[in-house]
Ligand binder design. Structure first.
Ligand SMILES: [Zn+2]
Length: 380
C-alpha cells in the first residue's frame, strides 16, 4: 500500500455562491473557503491556480490579445480577407482554426467563437501549449514543472483525454493501482451546464450532487488503497446568473467609425476591449458607446495594476470596458442563444468567487485562487 494520495480536483466554475449553503462533498471534505479569482476568464484563472501567479506574471487575461509582432494567423490572412459573406460560416471557421493549429503546432485550448475572421491577422492567442504539461506556461513555472523537477509520479486528467465521466473512471483506476502520490483532475462539465442553466437552481443542484457523489466515491477508493488521503476540490471562478444583455456591436455600427482604420475591438462576454488608431476614435468610443445606465466602467491603469492585470503593451486593449455583474454582451445575429450564466466580471463581484472544499483543515490560509499552488507544491 502506498503511503499517501494527494488529490486535487479543479471543477470549472465551482462558485462559492452556488455551494456555500449546500452540503457539497460535506462527508469527505468538510473544510471550506471562499476563493477570490482574477480578472478574466478560465484562460486567466487556471494558469493562476497552476502557477500561483496573477495575469500580469503569467500573461493571460482572455483568450485573444493583440498580436505583438507576427500573428499566428498571418498564414491564413488570405482567407480572412475574403468577403465576410463568403467566409463567415462554421466550415471556414473550423478550417481556419485547424490550419492555424497545425501550422503553429498549437496544442493549447482556443476557439474562434465570436471573433470576426477579418480581425484575426491582428490578433494572437495566449494559450499556445497544453498548460497541463511541463513548460505549458512558458512565462512562469507551473506545478507541472515542479512535478517533473522533483520526479514525482503523478496523474493528470483533463479534457485532452476524455469526457468528465471518462476522466473520473480513469483516475479511479489509477487510485486502485496505488502507485502515484499526486493527482490533478480537471472537470469542465459544470461550467458548460451553468452557462446554459444558471437560472434553474434545482437543475444545478442535481449536477452538483453528481460531482459530489463521484468525488466522494473516489475518496473512498483512495482511502482503501492509501494510508493517507488528502482531497482538495476547488473552482477557478464562479458563475453569475444573467440579468441583462447589451448589444454593443449595434451601438458601434451606428457610430460610423471604420474598422480597422479607426479602431478594432474584441467583444468578450463581459469585457469590450478596444484598440484605437486615433484620438478621435478613442474619444468618441469612450464617451459615446456606454452610458451610466449600463452600470459598468472603464478599467483604468490604476485599477488594472491593483488587480495585477496591467500590461504596458496594452495587449488586452488600449481601453477595456467591464460590464457589471449579470450583464453580458450579446451579438445581433438572429437566433443567438443567450447564456443564462456568465463569469468574467470584476473579481470582487459576489458570483466571481470560487469555492474550496477539503478533507484537510487548512485554516485561513486560502482566500484566493493563487493560494492553491502553494498547497499543491507542499505535497511534492
Ligand atoms: Zn465558462
Amino acid at each position: 500500500m502506498s503511503k499517501e494520495a494527494n488529490i486535487f480536483v479543479l471543477i470549472d466554475a465551482l462558485g462559492w455562491e452556488w455551494i456555500k449553503d449546500t452540503r457539497f462533498l460535506g462527508d469527505v471534505a468538510p473544510y471550506r473557503a471562499r476563493l477570490e479569482s482574477v480578472l478574466g476568464y478560465s484562460t486567466a484563472a487556471i494558469p493562476s491556480i497552476l502557477t500561483g501567479q496573477y495575469p500580469q506574471e503569467h500573461g493571460r487575461v482572455a483568450l485573444f490579445r493583440r498580436a505583438i509582432g507576427k500573428s499566428p494567423f498571418r498564414r491564413v490572412e488570405w482567407i480572412c480577407r475574403l468577403p465576410p459573406a463568403l467566409v463567415e460560416n462554421s466550415y471556414t471557421r473550423y478550417a481556419v482554426k485547424e490550419l492555424t493549429r497545425r501550422i503553429n503546432h498549437f496544442d493549447g485550448w482556443f476557439h474562434l467563437l465570436g471573433i470576426p475572421l477579418r480581425l484575426l491577422p491582428m490578433l494572437d492567442i495566449c494559450e499556445k501549449s497544453n498548460i497541463y504539461e511541463p513548460r505549458g506556461i512558458p512565462e512562469v513555472p507551473s506545478i507541472f514543472d515542479l512535478l517533473q523537477k522533483r520526479n514525482v509520479d503523478y496523474g493528470v486528467y483533463t479534457y485532452h483525454d476524455g469526457s468528465n465521466v471518462e476522466l473520473i473512471a480513469r483516475i479511479e483506476q489509477d487510485l486502485r493501482k496505488a502507485e502515484k502520490s499526486f493527482f490533478l483532475l480537471y472537470l469542465d462539465g459544470l461550467d458548460g451546464f451553468l452557462h446554459g442553466n444558471a437560472d434553474q437552481p434545482g437543475a444545478v443542484a442535481k449536477v452538483l450532487q453528481f460531482y459530489s457523489n463521484a468525488l466522494s466515491s473516489l475518496y473512498g477508493v483512495a482511502a482503501s488503497n492509501y494510508q493517507t488521503v488528502r482531497m482538495h476540490v476547488f473552482g477557478d471562478h464562479g458563475m453569475a446568473p444573467t440579468t441583462a444583455v447589451i448589444d454593443v456591436q449595434s451601438r458601434l455600427a451606428r457610430m460610423g467609425l471604420r474598422v480597422p482604420e479607426d479602431y478594432f475591438c474584441i467583444l468578450d462576454s463581459t469585457m469590450a476591449r478596444f484598440w484605437f488608431s486615433s484620438d478621435k476614435a478613442r474619444d468618441e468610443i469612450m464617451s459615446r458607446v456606454f452610458g451610466t445606465a449600463d452600470g459598468g466602467h472603464w478599467l483604468e491603469e490604476q485599477e488594472l495594476r491593483a488587480l495585477r492585470s496591467w500590461f504596458e503593451d496594452r495587449r488586452y486593449g488600449d481601453a477595456i470596458y467591464l460590464m457589471p455583474e449579470g450583464t453580458i454582451i450579446v451579438g445581433n445575429s438572429p437566433g443567438e442563444i443567450v447564456s443564462r450564466g456568465m463569469h468574467g466580471f470584476h473579481p470582487t463581484a459576489a458570483h466571481s468567487a470560487s469555492a474550496y472544499v477539503s478533507s484537510e483543515d487548512c485554516g485561513k490560509r486560502l482566500g484566493h485562487v493563487t493560494d492553491i499552488f502553494a498547497l499543491m507544491a507542499e505535497c511534492l
